[in-house]
Design a protein around this ligand. Structure first.
Ligand code: GLA
Length: 382
């Protein structure tokens, strides 16, 4: 008798506990919210991670170091949330890394040949960190600095505004650059990134975002069977050092034709000079568009999870990079390995080396002007 009473009491307690958890999670799902947690220190500054969650339970965790997206959990076809971006568990790993996992890139996304360019007849020399060339803002680019955060849940979803003031001469760039980047997690399961910047001297700016996506879930093998569409009839061939030659070549009849859905791995190992130079895809595509309206740049679909990602941008180009330099020796989140091509990047941007390419759209920013760009990564299932 005593045993029965005890087990009844136990099941009542258990029942109450289950109800309580459901109540908490249903409130969590019906309200969007932001929580903050410490993530260590860099350059003597405290680094925080902000978790942005929308009403559907989709969550983006973004840290102030590098404005880095540390995790992005979106549902698969069974409604199960999974983290679709590569990254690390510790700040120290991000500080050591040269992969730019999830980071904001600046002042200049991708390469500037020999780290040199001129504005108004004056030559500037930048830090070189990629052979003879300048890559992704230099040795201490925007991915390696601590940003100031201003979180808010007002408007079209929880958002995190990040600001950074880059001093005149930083990494060799002229002008003090005041940068503002706002990440919003919308109720339509979009991660929206709005960038703006102003300068006090003529300079060049090309900001982008460097998440490596694996729609099957970070650490779940390679991305070669993901189906990719890029809305681009042309791409920018490069020399062997990945500097554009200046030509904008038609994709027709080449392994760069993603105008219709094709598996990323379909042609990646073809005997093609451009694929050899990039060790796979590592090229800027010229998005089909007039002007700078927000428009569809690319779509990626993973049949195993049913996850679909669409990329919209105001930018004229997108760098498609297939994680060719990743290797199985990388220990990522949860101790998982990230072998070669286990993530892909779609970095919306102006074209690489534009400061030295008179035919490419200009990346010059002058005092009184405002640099602006918007890119949206939208997640759904099919
Ligand atoms: C970019 C570059 C690549 C590589 C990665 C980071 O996408 O184009 O060549 O440097 O960043 O590893």
């Amino acid at each position: 008798m005593k045993g029965i009473v005890v087990s009844r009491v136990r099941s009542v307690i258990l029942g109450c506990f289950v109800l309580l958890v459901l109540a908490i999670s249903s409130t969590a799902q019906s309200k969007s919210k932001i929580t903050k947690a410490p993530f260590g220190t860099a350059d003597g500054k405290l680094v925080d991670v902000y978790a942005l969650r929308n009403r559907k339970g989709v969550e983006a965790r973004i840290m102030t170091y590098g404005g880095t997206v540390v995790s992005l959990s979106v549902p698969d076809k069974n409604g199960k949330l999974g983290d679709v971006v590569l990254g690390y568990d510790s700040l120290a790993d991000y500080q050591k890394s040269t992969f730019y996992f999830g980071a904001l890139i600046g002042r200049y996304g991708n390469r500037i040949a020999k780290g040199k360019f001129s504005i108004d007849g004056k030559e500037y020399t930048l830090a070189t960190n990629n052979g003879a060339n300048h890559l992704h803002g230099g040795v201490n680019g925007f991915d390696k600095v601590v940003w100031t955060a201003h979180p808010s849940v007002e408007g079209d979803g929880p958002h995190l505004e990040l600001t950074y003031r880059s001093r005149d001469g930083e990494e060799g760039y002229p002008g003090t650059l005041s940068v503002n980047v706002t990440y919003t997690l919308t109720e339509n399961n979009e991660l929206k990134i709005v960038y703006s910047a102003t300068t006090d001297k003529p300079t060049v700016v090309n900001l982008t975002h460097h998440s490596y996506f694996n729609l099957a879930g970070a650490g779940n093998g390679d991305i070669l069977r993901h189906q990719l569409t890029i809305n681009a009839d042309r791409f920018a061939p490069t020399d062997s050092g990945s500097i554009p030659t200046g030509e904008l070549r038609t994709v027709k009849g080449t392994p760069f034709d993603f105008t219709k859905p094709v598996a990323i791995g379909a042609w990646i190992d073809q005997d093609d000079e451009q694929l050899k130079y990039g060790n796979g895809y590592d090229h800027n595509f010229v998005i089909n568009k007039d002007g700078n309206a927000l428009s569809l740049a690319a779509t990626v679909y993973d049949a195993t999870s049913g996850r679909l990602m669409e990329v919209f941008t105001t930018e004229p180009g997108v760098q498609f990079y297939t994680g060719n330099f990743l290797s199985g020796s990388i220990v990522g989140k949860k101790g998982q390995n990230y072998p070669r091509r286990s993530g892909f990047c779609l970095e919306a941007q102006h074209f690489p080396d534009s400061p030295n390419q008179p035919k490419f759209p200009s990346t010059v920013l002058r005092p009184g002007q405002k640099y602006e760009q918007t890119t949206v990564y939208k997640f759904s299932i099919r």
